[in-house]
Design a protein around this ligand. Structure first.
Ligand code: LMR
Length: 411
């Protein structure tokens, strides 16, 4: 046994670590806008009513728990495809227009169940490294901290492409395209399909066309991370990036998650879909994704899949869930407006951009030192890079948060 003397202490994850710090904070008016979870108006993590009912039904008819297939529950996998690609529920229904020269879309997608969105990224990273020899991943500047950690841990060199235009509070799309076109073919490019994490700035439909074309022209490997479907404009509307890539006919990857939109964070349930060029290709890709799963953790857990299946296929539960998701989306938007109003009331007129961002996160423009002061002096927790999870705001804490930010930016 070699010595453990050289094993360094893992200082913790920059996002999850904040939750630990928040818990240890004794101040009664502390506010956690660190980790990306949706909290309701009372500051609680909600259990969606559709999930509560689904679990009740499952408990009333307890079933034995055999192993799932390596690629996951077959019905769940179909539902992932329906949600991510807008495919109809049955093969008899009208299919989206086929891309010329390619098998119809529903035949050429290889989808597996994953351990949430992070699991999808890791499986995709392992697959690409082992099967295609991919060795470089490009992330937006900035990106979710765990993107670099997951791909770096899988052996990739991590580079970045321009994304956030801090001066103009938008995406630097020209810079982004320029950087994409300068990359080596085969570079894996992680793209945030909607609700960019951490900035909250998304590409427009036209800009997605430019990005997809650049990826195709340069023969890059687009990997869409769609962890927040439904939190920007709606489940269908948030598919714009996926639809755009489908229309170009190129191969690409999409990871999706039910952590946020069905509130199943702890169940670790999501999907990885690889859009291939033909049915035969999709079959082979699917088999290799199964191998990656088998050699990592054998097969996925079943409970989350059971819940998602019931919520998405029972008409009543689905309607209840969609209505609740819409309420979440609208509440976040109201909180953005309340934050802006609160800031203006405190004399900060320059942060109206928070109302133009989408999803759970807001890049608030504070630098690392200011974010650390916001935490230590005011008890408001956001990540060091300037990200606030605005889904943690509510009527009771938004004025305090506005006051706290104002105190930091004006001193
Ligand atoms: C976040 O960005 O805060 C969430 O995606 C949670 C996580 O796993 O980091």
């Amino acid at each position: 046994m070699p010595s453990f003397d050289d094993i360094e202490f893992y200082p913790g994850d920059p996002i999850f670590g904040l939750t630990d710090m928040f818990r240890a904070d004794q101040r009664p008016d502390k506010v956690n806008l660190g980790v990306g979870i949706y909290l309701d108006e009372l500051g609680r993590l909600p259990l969606p009513e559709a999930v509560r009912v689904a679990e009740q039904r499952l408990a009333e008819q307890p079933a034995p728990r055999g192993y799932l297939p390596m690629g996951g529950d077959p019905q769940l996998v179909q539902l992932v495809q329906q949600m991510v690609f807008g495919l109809p529920a049955t093969e008899d229904a009208a299919m989206p227009e086929p891309v010329e020269g390619l098998d119809p879309l529903h035949q050429r997608i290889a989808t597996v169940q994953t351990l949430g969105g992070s699991g999808a990224l890791k499986e995709g990273a392992d697959f690409l490294r082992a099967l295609l020899g991919a060795s470089t991943v490009a992330l937006s500047d900035p990106s979710w901290a765990n993107h670099a950690a997951i791909f770096g841990g899988a052996g990739y060199e991590v580079v970045s492409y321009r994304y956030h235009d801090a001066q103009n509070h938008r995406v630097d799309v020209d810079g982004m395209i320029e950087d994409l076109l300068a990359m080596a073919p085969g570079t894996v490019v992680v793209l945030h399909a909607c609700c960019h994490n951490p900035t909250g700035y998304d590409l427009s439909a036209d800009e997605w066309v430019r990005v997809a074309e650049a990826c195709a022209q340069r023969e890059l490997v687009p990997f869409l991370d769609m962890a927040y479907q439904g939190f920007s404009r709606g489940l269908d509307e948030d598919r714009v990036a996926v639809d755009t890539f489908v229309a170009t006919g190129q191969r690409f990857f999409v990871g999706n998650s039910f952590s946020k939109n069905i509130g199943l964070y702890g169940e670790r349930i999501g999907g990885l879909s690889v859009v291939c060029a033909s049915r035969d290709e999709a079959t082979r890709v699917h088999s290799q994704l199964c191998r990656v799963i088998r050699t990592n953790y054998s097969c996925p857990p079943s409970h989350g899949a059971q819940v998602v299946k019931l919520v998405l296929t029972d008409a009543e539960l689905r309607a209840s869930w969609e209505a609740e998701l819409e309420q979440m989306r609208l509440r976040i938007r109201r909180m953005r407006e309340a934050l802006d109003a609160g800031l203006r009331a405190e004399g900060v007129e320059t942060m109206g951009f928070v109302t133009e961002q989408a999803g759970m996160f807001s890049y608030c423009g504070l630098d690392m030192e200011q974010m650390q002061r916001l935490r230590s002096e005011q008890g408001v927790y956001g990540t060091d890079d300037g990200r606030l999870c605005v889904a943690g705001l509510n009527g009771d804490n938004v004025a305090k948060v506005a006051r706290s930010i104002a105190a930091i930016v004006t001193s």
